[in-house]
Design a protein around this ligand. Sequence first.
Ligand code: NAP
Length: 348
Amino acid sequence: MSTQKSLLLLEENGSFAVRDTEIPKPGPGELLIENHATALNPVDWKIQAYWFFFIQSYPAVIGTDGAGIVKELGEGVTGFAVGDKVLYQGYFSNREATFQQYSINPAEITAKIPKNITVDQAATIPLVLATAVLGLYGSKASGSARGDGAGLTPPWEEGGRGKYAGQPILVIGGSSAVGQQVLQLARLSGFSPIITTASKHNDALVKSLGATHVIDRTTPLLQGLQSITSIPIKIVYDAISEAETQNTAYDALASGGKLILVLASEIDETKLTSDKQLANVYGTVHYMDQRTLGVSLYKNLSRLLETGDIKPNNVEVLPNGLAGIPDGLEKLKAGKVSAAKLVAHPQE
Ligand SMILES: NC(=O)c1ccc[n+]([C@@H]2O[C@H](COP(=O)([O-])OP(=O)(O)OC[C@H]3O[C@@H](n4cnc5c(N)ncnc54)[C@H](OP(=O)(O)O)[C@@H]3O)[C@@H](O)[C@H]2O)c1
C-alpha cells in the first residue's frame, strides 16, 4: 500500500478536503507512524483563517498532535520497534503534519505510550506540553533563536525537582490545554503557592493538576492575589495571552520577574518597564535551536506519564475521522470547548 488519506487545506484561507496522498518514507533517524489519534489546536483554525509563515505551499497538511503505531524504522533508529505505540508532536510539512493516516517523525522526539494512557489521551499532550515546557524551561540564553522562556531547570534534570519551593507562580488560564500542562510542571518544579485563573466549574480540575489557589476568571485578579501571597511573583505564565489577560498579568508581575506569553505582546507600551521581562514561546520541539530541550523532554516523557506526574487533558472524540476535523476547528474557533481537547481518528 502506497497511498493514504490526508486532510488537505487546498489553498491559503481555502477549504479542507480529504484526498489520497503518497505515504512518505522515513529517512535516517526517523519513524513512519500510523496515526490512530490526532488532536486539534487553536493554531490549526488560525492557519486557515489567517496565514502562518511555516506553511510553505498548498495543498497543505496541518495538525501537530499525533499518537499511533510505529510502522517502519528509518536507518540508524534504535530504541523503537515496529508495533510500538507512540506519541509525538508533528510539524507543518506534508510529511510531518498529523491530519492524515501516516506521518514521519524524528525518533529522538518521539515517546512510547505507557499502558496507563490511551492513544486518544496521548494525542492531547505533545503541542501543549511542548509549549508549557519551552515557556518555563527554554530560553534565548540556552540557544533558542525564535522562542523564549523563563530558563528554569526542568524537573526531570538533576536538581530540578522541587527546586522552586517557596516561590509563587501565577498561571493565567489554568483550565486551558496549555495551562493544564503549566500547572503540572509548576507542581513538579515545587512552586508554592500555584495561583491560577479559571471558570468556577473548572475549580476542582485545576486543583487536581496542582493549583493551590483558583481565582474565578470573571473577578478582579489583582485584588484576589493580595489575599493569597505577599511574596513578589516573579514568574507569570499567561496561557491565554489576550490583550486583557496580558495587561493584567504584567501588572501582577513583580520587578525582576518574567512574563511568559503564548501570543504576540499586546501590553500597553506606556506601562512597559525594563525591570520586567517578556518571553514569547514558540511551542515546537522540532526547531533545531530548541531540540536539546525537546530531546530531553521526550527521553523522560514515558516515565512522566506512567507515574502520573503529567496527566493528559480530557478527551472529546470527533465523529467522521479526518472529515470531522473542519467542524471541530469551527467549534474551537467559536470558543465552545472548555477544559478538553478535540481528538479525531484518522483511520476511521
Ligand atoms: N506560542 C505557541 O507556541 C502556542 C502553542 C499553543 C497554544 N498557543 C495559543 O495559546 C492559546 C491557548 O491555547 P489552548 O490550546 O490552551 O486553548 P484552549 O484549551 O482551547 O482554551 C480554552 C480555555 O481557555 C480558557 N480561557 C479563555 N479565556 C480565558 C481568560 N480570559 N482567562 C482564563 N481562562 C480563559 C477557558 O477556560 P474556562 O473554560 O475555565 O473558562 C477554556 O477552558 C491559544 O491562543 C493558542 O493559539 C500558542
